[in-house]
Write a protein that binds this ligand. Sequence first.
Ligand SMILES: Cc1ncc(COP(=O)(O)O)c(C=O)c1O
Length: 410
Amino acid sequence: MSAETNALMDANAIADAGEPTIPADLPLRNDLIGEEPYGAPQLDVPVCLNVNENPYAPKADVVNSIAERIREAAATVNRYPDREHEELRQAFCTYLKRESDANLQPNQVWGANGSNEIMLQLFMAFGGPGRTALAPAPTYSMYPEYARDTFTQWQTVPRNDDFTVNVGATIDAIKSVGPAMVVLTSPNNPTGTALPMEDLKLILEACQDAAVTGAQPGTHPIVVVDEAYVEFRDPGTPSAVTLVNDYHHLAVSRTMSKAFAFAGSRVGYVAAAPGIIDCLRIVRMPYHLSAITQAAALAAFDHTDEQLAEVDHLRDIRQQTAAWLEQQTYKGQPLRVMPSQSNFLLFGGNLDERELIFEQMLERGVLIRVVGPDGWLRVCMGTDQEMARFREALVESLRAVEQLCGYTAQ
Ligand SMILES: Cc1ncc(COP(=O)(O)O)c(C=O)c1O
């Protein structure tokens, strides 16, 4: 048995051990009965390209700085951390100035344990019973879970065939539904599609006049732009954070998990008008951001250049991989590749047996993601060596599945 197959079997054992076993006599909320924990498989395989991480580990000097800051913080962990995480909020502002030329004050930013927690806080503050969150779909699969957990109605508007936002249909839905929140993801997961600023402005302006069902008269929807992958956009493209001073009902969510190569530390943040930040301060857990997390994030920001060092390279790899994928075929038809401004690519469109292809890839030690509409697969950018392994495994897997389906080249 190969080492890769061994790894796969071990991984399956771990995955099985994580399946929920909920006794029937536990009074789990009725709407949660039958639900399963969300999460991509965490498998111990040689090449992990399934959760859109930065594949480059921190350099030794960054590791040392993080350890040193945490050592200092450890000396006072008998005390609660700074609930308002003021030093870190200043660091978010400094970063957003440098990264997107945004002029923000600490009362316009707010951090949490990953942008997952930022999004949940937004839903807790603005969603709730009788209210709706609206988003163009397909999009990130966690949003409906935040909605479920906060008793918010989740409603989607189909994107165009090329996965761009259908701005007209979205504005019509804003007017007819009266959502409390409009969630726009740019670049979008899993498609990689960016939302042009002009389109964002049209939606922001439509929200300024729209009413909110289930809220006080005179209130208007907030617009949440999730920019988890924005550092991978083409250089020179503006970010929605530059609009925060102009639109007081705009919240732009960011994360250190992706380009910043800091996923394990769980730090996300949001830029918005102070009024929105104050709404989040109502729903946050007291001391939600530990002293250890704050210390680690501050140390990482001291090494911003090093943390972002591979972003240009990953963007190049994305372009090369997209061009390579377009040359590949499945059952005689070329693969489609969606234009991406992120560190991943959605490819295929014609992969009718995508689960089988995924499994063949896994048998070859390469973990990708079955996500998005039928027929598509998603791969995130790894190191050069990992991408070489991906290309080799994909060609072999496509041929293997064609053979399993009885397809023979004409
Ligand atoms: C669009 C999008 N938003 C938010 C997140 C959450 O990231 P984190 O909680 O690590 O900041 C992800 C993670 O994959 C994502 O794809």
